[in-house]
Design a protein around this ligand. Sequence first.
Ligand SMILES: [Fe+2]
Ligand SMILES: [Fe+2]
Length: 375
Amino acid sequence: MKDVLNGVKSSINRRKFVKNGLTAASAATMGVGLLASSSSAFAKNGPEEHSGSLTKGDAAILRFLAAAEILETDLWQQYNELGGIQDSEVPGGSGNSVYTAALAVLDSDMAQYIHDNTEDELTHEVFINAFLASNGADTVNLDQFRTLPSSKASGAQQIGRLTNLMQLTVDTSWWTRYRVGNKNPDFGDTFDQAVPTLNVGQHPAIPRTDDDLTPNDHIQAIANTAGFHFGTIEQGGTSLYPSLAQRVTHPDVLRIVLSIGPTEAMHFQTWSDKAGNAPALTDPKDSTLVFPDLNSPPLGGEEFQTNLIMPEPTIFLSRSLPACSIVRPTATKGAAMGALKFLTAMGLFIGQSPAFFQLLTDLAEDADAAKNGRA
Ligand SMILES: [Fe+2]
Ligand SMILES: [Fe+2]
């Protein structure tokens, strides 16, 4: 997947390919109805998307965030159908009682939190696109890429998905990143994994079929994987918004990113707390997947105890300044592409088409080209 992102040559050629390619593909195989709006980003054949009354940079940053929120909504919807609360706010699934019970081992309110996180992402997606449209700017619509299979386990809708929750490689280094007081990823520092075996191989975070519901420790391993993946996703949003906020121009756009971003942090801290309750076990159907006791070496101790869920103060901006309790990373250079690579590396898009990656790369590069007040 990384090769797909890295192998693209020039912005101009990519843009031409994406737009022409999508238009041709849609006409040939998907029908014109899937290009839902003449103002959606890839329905245009012109050289650039429209920015309306926004600066080009503000519109590009908001379009990348809209795409990220559409993808977040898609993955959270899958979690909610199987492990959350189905209601009119987040309709679609019918729930899976075994998976829901395994998630509840982490916290009895997990189903409610999954529901609420899902609803929040949906509102982020809808709001950002509506704001773009209200300013005459092109919006983002990824509907034609809803082609990945749903879980076949009881409770899931059988519809096409944008994201794949059944082959994840979960980076759990946020667990240590927020607990270490003398390192910061913006200084090039790296961090140990909380669950090293989740960060290699491919693991389901939702039951793939009802065969995944037994034995008990297997579905618990899947629920534990979800519990860490929730934190992995939401810490990404927690960093992405402040990273991109540094390059927006219009006061309303700044207000949007400053108001949505902290809700991602609220999600992250909730999930950081719940992940610490994931029971230690080895997956009986995959002996390579081991959830350690997080209160024992190599973690554990005062620095890593699982009930310490607030950010440890660390170095920020300059090593000569005093330690500060902060979100990290927040460097703005390349933040959108970094987020896309992070999501791709976790396997979230396994099965997606080259056109999908090229469109997302295009949106990320446009967002990263934005310069405060000048683009
Ligand atoms: Fe969000
Ligand atoms: Fe989020």
